[in-house]
Design a protein around this ligand. Structure first.
Ligand code: SF4
Length: 320
């Protein structure tokens, strides 16, 4: 398998302003995260809001400055490069956002928005960029005449297709899609997920697909990393994760996936309480205040991520 990216011990901390008398607080949004990305695969990043999955996605594309760690793109560490060097590498990595409307200029036609990155990176001249935009609109299932319309004239699903066309304009190798279907109706969600799948089959894109819901990443992902409070708590292939989830948090997320059989017993595990603040995470296991399998050690000792036959888990119930 061809490795396109390697992320080692990535940390992204934010300094929060304290009051006059209190010290500055540090929000540890991403805390020592490592993974690899292989050409043509989809890595699902899953977790509740506050788990650090979106910050991880943005930091590996250098939309946020990493606090610590390495981000190797095709062997080159891009964690500290800047200026033209970063701009040139960033063409290969694009982001698709939950709300494409926010990333589209309401005063520009859809076509102008799509050609704008091609022109600013001098990828193509205006005429060729326009031709490419027509092609891209058709590729994502839209009429090429939509080139001349404005963002407010489209539905949520159409806007997401436009967001995808805009990301494809740069011919990227890696696409980070941050909750790209969360705001859409279920039927439209399926269409957009199918579009992601078709485009990957055609062009071999590598995706990092971010969602708070395991059922959304199930169809598309080859491997899944479950995140909680800035850390990866479980990581394996999709098949292994769904057949044999190990971490109590993953088991709880799994239990929330609706079962189509109305006679099936509701086995949902409802987690008490909210995810703690990343400013002041629990000292031992970060999931300890909500865990239904908690032991005495869990309050005291922070569990390491251990690997059991290629399946990684961060929990005192398991040892390598
Ligand atoms: Fe639960 Fe303890 Fe495992 Fe944390 S380490 S997930 S608290 S059993």
């Amino acid at each position: 398998m061809e490795k396109v990216m390697e992320v080692n011990n990535l940390k992204k901390y934010f300094a929060l302003k304290g009051s006059l008398l209190s010290r500055k607080k540090i929000l540890k949004a991403v805390d020592d995260v490592s993974f690899e990305l292989y050409k043509g695969e989809t890595l699902g990043l899953v977790g509740e809001s506050g788990s650090g999955k979106s910050t991880t996605g943005r930091t590996i594309l250098r939309l946020l400055e990493p606090t610590y760690g390495q981000i190797l793109y095709r062997g080159k560490d891009i964690s500290k490069i800047n200026g033209e060097e970063l701009r040139s590498i960033r063409k290969n990595m694009q982001m698709i956002f939950q709300d494409p409307y926010a990333s589209l200029n309401p005063r520009m036609t859809i076509g102008e928005s799509i050609i704008e990155p091609m022109l600013s990176h001098n990828l193509l001249g205006k005429k060729d960029a326009e031709e490419r935009a027509f092609e891209l609109l058709e590729l994502v299932g839209l009429d090429s005449d939509y080139y001349y319309r404005y963002p407010h004239q489209f539905s949520g699903g159409q806007r997401q297709r436009i967001g995808i066309a805009r990301a494809l304009a740069m011919n990227p190798e890696i696409i980070v899609a941050d909750e790209p279907v969360s705001a859409l109706d279920v039927s439209v969600q399926a269409q957009i997920i199918n579009l992601f799948k078709d485009l990957q089959e055609k062009f071999g894109f590598t995706y990092v697909f971010i969602a708070h819901d395991l059922s959304v990443v199930k169809y598309l992902s080859n491997r899944i990393a479950v995140m909680y409070l800035g850390e990866i708590v479980e990581f394996s292939t999709k098949e292994v994760l769904f057949n044999e989830p190990l971490h109590p948090y993953t088991i709880a997320l799994m239990s929330a996936i609706p079962v189509p059989d109305p006679r099936a017993k509701d086995k949902r595990i409802v987690l008490d309480g909210d995810i703690p603040s990343p400013v002041n995470p629990p000292q031992g296991c970060r999931f300890s205040n909500r865990c239904f399998r908690k032991m005495d050690i869990c309050d005291e000792v922070h569990p390491e991520l251990v690997e059991i036959n290629g399946h990684k888990v961060r929990c005192h119930l398991y040892s390598a």
